[in-house]
Write a protein of this length. Structure first.
Length: 119
């Protein structure tokens, strides 16, 4: 959807300057779309990482459960909960999402800063 908002005149100007389709894609279209690509990567990773229901249905062995299901089992088993282990498990499950977010954070900041600016 984002690509549809890029003006057609930009492609026409690139063609007049002698850019091929591949050059227009690599030098103009992808750099303009970096923020959107980063957002899609983060959203899809978080979506896939936090699957809960599908692994619960498919996996039969307790030794192959995902970390999210393991956290849920820690919360529901036993009368007393060991909050230290639950907190450590939550941090371990959250760490890859935070690492990915901080890795692409500059794309988000760049997208916010350049929104609405004309060059």
């Amino acid at each position: 959807m984002f690509i549809l908002t890029i003006p057609k005149e930009l492609e026409d100007a690139a063609r007049i300057d002698g850019a091929s389709s591949i050059r227009y894609l690599t030098k103009i279209l992808i750099p303009l779309s970096k923020t959107m690509i980063g957002s899609v990567i983060v959203i899809n990773f978080v979506y896939a990482w936090n699957f809960y229901l599908w692994p619960l249905v498919v996996i039969n062995s307790n030794t192959m459960q995902t970390a999210q299901i393991g956290l849920q089992m820690l919360m529901t088993t036993g009368a007393t909960r060991n909050w230290g282990i639950i907190t450590a498990g939550t941090i371990i499950v959250l760490a890859p999402i935070l690492i990915l977010f901080f890795a692409v954070q500059n794309l988000f900041v760049q997208g916010i800063v350049t929104t609405g600016l004309k060059e």
